[in-house]
Design a protein around this ligand. Structure first.
Ligand code: BGC
Length: 335
């Protein structure tokens, strides 16, 4: 009996020791898992992205920033909004170079003119920093993805709207934000192609505003002096129509001149409501900001993303406005 008891005690002891060892390793494994998760969420919190627009002090870009901030909050990442205060290609490039040197986790910027922007975008990519082009694509660069308007299509839509609204009879002056920026070139090209088959629509002149309302006003004034038959304008960047509208108002020609604008900033909406601007091309800057941060976060987490993300465009006229003043995000319309 005593011998049997001894055997039982030894067996129980062995089982206890094995049980203990198993529990020890199980706990350790659990701990390791928790640590991996923690590192993962820690990394997520640590993402530092930078959004570099061509002009920080511009209401259109403030809307892009707003969308980016929304994603920043939701995803727990950090987004820095920095760049030239007023548009300047050399400063813009410097800001991108600074971001590369600072080894940020991702860059969101425009590919304004491909020759100048592609090399610096490629430099970032080669150093392992993902780049999303926003608003203006540099398709020939190694950028990770593009988020924004299909700019050719947007210009085409503007041309179609002008034909429809003027009954196909218009002598048009185009004010473009810049001759060098790819998005502006595509908008003008899309517009030209749309009106090509409307014999009554003639493009008399194209001038650049350097995306400022003052230069847009000056250029519109010069054109109206030069071409007495000019009776329509197409403004291809957000502030161009403000300048066109103020010139047309100063000349007392609000009834005789058709204006198609770009974007739905509050002042543009007001000018549409007042019947001075006739139509505008709706872009989705807020969505561009949100989507670009969301995609960078996905890339940072090792996911592959589609290269092209068009955010959608539309035409907005006075009759489309509700009584209530739409907020800029609301006026972006459904996605
Ligand atoms: C364009 C931007 C530009 C902005 C200027 C927008 O229509 O998409 O590229 O920076 O106008 O105000």
């Amino acid at each position: 009996m005593r011998y049997e008891q001894l055997i039982y005690i030894i067996l129980a002891g062995v089982m206890l020791i094995f049980g203990g060892i198993s529990v020890f390793y199980y706990m350790k494994a659990l701990q390791n898992n928790v640590r991996i998760d923690q590192v993962h969420s820690q990394e997520k919190e640590d993402f530092h992205f930078v959004l570099i627009p061509q002009e920080t002090d511009n209401d259109y870009w403030r809307l892009v920033e707003k969308g980016a901030r929304e994603a920043e909050e939701e995803l727990g990442v950090a987004v820095e909004y920095n760049g030239p205060k007023k548009t300047s290609v050399s400063e813009h490039i410097e800001w991108i170079e600074k971001a590369v040197a600072a080894k940020v986790d991702g860059i969101i910027t425009q590919g304004l003119d491909e020759e100048t922007f592609a090399p610096v975008i490629n430099q970032a990519i080669d150093k392992g920093i993902p780049v999303i082009t926003i608003d203006t694509d540099a398709a020939s660069s190694k950028r990770s993805a593009y988020v924004g308007t299909d700019n050719y299509q947007a210009g085409f839509l503007a041309g179609q709207a002008l034909i429809q609204d003027t009954g196909g009879q218009a002598n048009v002056g185009i004010i473009t934000g810049s001759f060098e920026a790819r998005n502006m070139q595509l908008r003008v090209q899309g517009f030209r192609d749309a009106v090509k088959n409307a014999p009554g629509v003639k493009i008399l002149d194209v001038r650049a505003s350097n995306i400022t309302r003052i230069q847009a006003a000056e250029k519109a004034d010069e054109m109206l002096s030069k071409y007495s038959e000019m009776d329509a304008f197409f403004g291809t960047s957000a502030l161009d129509s403000y300048g066109i509208a103020s010139t047309v108002q100063q000349r007392g020609r609000t009834n005789g001149v058709y204006i198609i604008a770009f974007d739905t900033l509050p002042e543009t909406i007001e000018l549409i409501r007042d019947g001075i601007i006739d139509a505008t091309v709706v872009q989705k800057p807020y969505k561009m900001g949100y989507e670009s941060v969301r995609l960078l976060t996905q890339i940072g987490r090792g996911k592959t993303v589609e290269p092209i993300h068009h955010t959608g465009t539309d035409i907005l006229r006075r009759e489309d406005l509700t009584r209530k003043e739409p907020s800029p995000e609301e006026s972006e319309g459904p996605s």
